[in-house]
Structures are given as C-alpha cells and as structure tokens.
Design a protein around this ligand. Structure first.
Ligand code: PHE
Length: 345
C-alpha cells in the first residue's frame, strides 16, 4: 500500500470512530484543514521538479477526493443515526387505541342542592350563599342562643383562631341575609311602607365534631327563611310539603310536624316524613328542623317583631340525598371513591 492509500485508510478509520459531529469535524481538520495532512502534501508540490509535479498532484487529488467522500459518507451516517434516535424517542404507535377521556359528573350532593334550589326557586325563593368560617354572633348570639346553651359546647363546635368558628348550621344565613335585605329596603321601612318579603334558601357546608355512618364532621344543610307581615305556620307547612313532594316526585307520603325546641324559633317543630310505598315504606324519617322565627331573632334582623313574622327551616341535604338514592352510609359521599360516585353520572 503506498503512502497516499495509507493516508486515505487512516482518514476513513478516524472518521469512522467519530461518534459525534464535532469529533468528525476535528478529524476532518486533521486531513483537510489549513495544516491538515493532505493540505501539507499539496503545499509540498511546489518543491518538486515540474515533470514529477503533474503525476504527484493528480495522485494527491485522488486521495483528497477519497477523503472528502469518506467524510461526506460519515456525516450522512451520523445524521441518519441522530434522526433514527429522535424518531425512536418520539415514537407514536398510531395503531394503539385512543385514550378515553372519562365523562365527568356532578356529585350526588351537588345534584341534590341544584334540585332543592330549582324547587324553591319555583316557589319564589332566592338563593343565598355565606361564609363557612363564621362569627360567634351570627352562628349563636344573634340566633338567640345564650352563651350557656348546650349547642355551644366544645363537643359540637369546631373553633378556629380569632374567636371564629366553623358554622354548625346554615341558620347564621338567616341573620346575614335579612340584615342585607333590610338595608336594601331601608327607605321603604323608614317611610312606614311595606317591605318585600324575605324569601330565601341558603344551602351550603356545615361542620360539627361528629363522625359515624350517619354523621360527618362536614355535612350540608339548606336553610329556608320567609319573613313578612303576614306569614304563618300554615305557609311553612304548605311550602315544606310542596317541597318534599316535588323532591321525591311522589305524593304518596305522610308528613308530620313534631313539637321540638330551637332557641331561634318559637314554636319549633321537627319535620318527619314517611313513605307509603317503596323500600323505605312505613318508617318515620326526620328531615328538618323548623319553626316560627323567634321575636328576638326578628329584632336582630333589624325588624320590628310586632310587625314582622315568619318561619325558618333547616334541612340536612346529605340525608335527603341518602333517602332519594337509597344510600345507607353517609361516608360514601365524602370518600371520593369513583366506583360509588360514577353511578350518579
Ligand atoms: N339550625 C337547626 C339545626 O341545625 C335547624 C333549624 C333551622 C331549626 C331553622 C329551626 C329553624 O339543627
């Protein structure tokens, strides 16, 4: 093998060892660069006698072309390898089945809330919303609940920093909403003119230190309030009976108002219902507390109890949801198990 063939063979071997484009360019410089081996050989031609120059020049040029060809070939091979790798990394198997996006659905308790809102809206009730971290005044004091009332004991209430608490019921919304309403109609009241009735429901989360199959430390209630100059217990009965019939889509039930006690209503009643048919047939089920709003509470709303009267109720939304769907453990609603929840889609 002559010395030029040797050079070409060495160049091929070096190019072949270059695994990265930068290595290859360095190898190229060693042969074709300004001080590269082939370049030096070409420079050396100048010293040769004219008769040798031609043949030698031609031979060097052949070698140069071979080196350039080897370079081009290696460049292409590296580029191909890189592309191959990139394609592999980004590989898309178009024959795979598509990934299915599951359908979302509303939580059963949310469904119940929307259902309750729609039914009461059809009876002319507004829907109000209020804070879950509540001041003592709204949760207890304004609701005629004296400081030594059992409902205030640490056993029931989650207290938070700053003397506030997690509302133990939705009843604070009675005061909040009524005060807003009175403020809005201040001019009418001052002029001794009739104010539009307060007719509102307030659904939302409530909290008590309690946890078993039928109690969750976080639960849902809906408060109802109707206050005007001529609202009576009779209206409470007709509104609530209409609600239960619409909610359960049946008239085939009995409803009773059982005397009870709440500090913020007088008289007070527990509302019980019993289905005449179906799986829950024949059992009295407690669905709501209720009563005529206590005169002191009317006063705390900024109204004159000699002139304004009304009723309130507070119902358990989770309980209504359990009865409607036949669920026997309240905790299922809050465990977040999709096998349970997806049945309500
Ligand atoms: N707030 C009461 C409770 O949580 C229910 C209630 C509301 C009773 C309104 C009467 C009037 O037990």
């Amino acid at each position: 093998m002559n010395e030029l063939d040797q050079l070409v063979a060495e160049a091929r071997a070096e190019f072949g060892q270059a695994d990265a484009p930068a290595d290859l360019e360095n190898a190229k410089a060693r042969y074709l660069g300004k001080a590269g081996r082939l370049t030096e050989l070409l420079k050396g031609l100048a010293q040769l006698p004219p008769d040798e120059k031609k043949a030698r020049g031609a031979a060097i040029n052949v070698a140069k072309q071979q080196v350039e060809a080897a370079l081009t070939e290696r460049r292409q091979a590296l580029a191909d390898a890189e592309l191959e790798q990139q394609l592999k990394a980004e590989a898309l198997d178009v024959s795979l089945p598509g990934r299915k996006r599951g359908n979302a659905g509303l939580h059963p308790v949310t469904r119940t809330m929307e259902r309750i809102e729609a039914i009461f809206a059809s009876m002319g009730f507004d829907v109000a919303d209020g804070p879950e971290i509540e001041a003592d005044w709204f949760n207890f004091t304004a609701l005629n609940t004296p400081a030594d009332h059992p409902a205030r004991s640490m056993h029931d209430t989650f207290y938070v920093e700053g003397g506030h608490l997690l509302r133990t019921h939705t009843s604070p919304m009675q005061i909040r909403h009524a005060v807003q309403h009175v403020k809005k109609h201040r001019a009418l009241l001052d002029a001794g003119q009739p104010m539009p009735d307060i007719r509102v429901i307030a659904p939302g989360r409530t909290y008590r230190v309690d946890s078993d199959a039928t109690h969750s430390p976080m639960f849902h209630q809906v408060e109802g309030l109707w206050v005007g100059e001529n609202v009576s217990f009779k209206d409470l009965k007709s509104v609530y009976v209409s609600f239960l019939r619409a909610f359960f889509e049946t008239d085939d039930m009995q409803i009773r108002f059982r005397p009870s006690y709440f500090p913020f209503t007088e008289p007070s009643a527990e509302i019980d219902m019993m289905f005449n048919s179906g799986p829950l047939k024949g059992r009295w089920l407690e669905v709501s507390g209720s009563g005529q709003v206590h005169p002191q509470v009317i006063r705390n709303m900024g109204l004159d109890p000699e002139r304004y009267i009304g009723f309130a109720f507070g119902s358990g939304i989770d309980r209504l949801t359990m009865l409607r769907y036949g669920v026997n453990d309240l905790r299922l609603f809050f465990d977040g198990d999709l096998r349970f929840l997806s049945q309500f889609k």
